[in-house]
Design a protein around this ligand. Sequence first.
Ligand code: KG4
Ligand code: ZN
Length: 338
Amino acid sequence: MSIILGIESSCDDTSAAIIKDGVLLSNTIANQDVHKAYGGVVPELASRAHQQNIVPVVEHAIKKANIAKKDIDGIAFTRGPGLLGSLIVGTSFAKGFALARNIPLIEVNHLQGHILVHFIKLLKEENKMPEFPFLCLLVSGGHSQIVIVKDYLEMEVIGQTIDDAAGEAFDKCAKILGLPYPGGPLIDKLAKSGNKHAFKFTKPRIKNLDYSFSGLKTAFLYFIRDNIKENPDFITANKADLAASIQYTIIEILMDKLKKAIKQTGIKQIAISGGVSANSELRDTLVSNAKNNNWDVFLPNKEFSTDNAAMIAITGYFKYLNNDFVGQDVTPLARLSL
Ligand code: KG4
Ligand code: ZN
């Protein structure tokens, strides 16, 4: 039997989770509302909030899991990628905890964590898990990648963004519409009452399986600016249609390359991960495509789409089984690839 405590602090969510033999016992997340007023995450405020949140969040996760500190066999933490100041808080906490309790310290790549959410077992639910190899579309605020997942800890990136991430495109377009950060979930909500074919935006032409979203954001900005010149109330009068149309374009871009990757690799087990995998239109599009094309689709629980420590704990669990530990000299890394 092994019990792993996972810690996530790479951006603006402080989270702790307990996993026992692959089964999730608790997953506590403290969101930081402080960034809303600034239209994006302010790194200095994020690290300060992590410092305030980390101890109560860990205590809550342990209490909710109904275990004692002494029952924990290993502590896993996000080493990167992320904001350095935020990562330092989680890394320092994990080091101190490992030292105090004399248990192994396990470093986790945040991106690997997002992908491995598909292997979190839930206490009350039997969930279907992908088999290796499968394709994962990892779409978050910082990353957009197509990955071949060959084993729990063996992954190959076959396509990625050359500029902005999909989540960033959602957030930046939302900001242009005057919505607060993070705008992705708000676009998702607004789009439900809009017409996705109301406005047309050009998709980028990028080679291979790579993505690009910065041109779309600029095109959206100019489109709005030009229309406001004619009608100062353009955004207010068309908010839902604008949200639906830009969301539709982002999803089309994501799906085009995913379909190409499926064709190239012949792999038909498809998973999605990362914050944007919470998007309802992306989920619906994947499910309907799966029906038509005989794909097997894996959608994460929405709670595990955005940043959380359950994903760090499950990755830590697989590393624990491999005796893959690090020493007290480990340092966080703002940049880290799969
Ligand atoms: O994975 P995540 O929590 O953090 C990173 O590792 O980046 O992803 C956050 C991103 C943000 O850009 C947010 O706007 C986006 O995920 N997001 C969504 C939705 N929920 C979160 N984008 C579109 N639709 C959603 N429902
Ligand atoms: Zn993330």
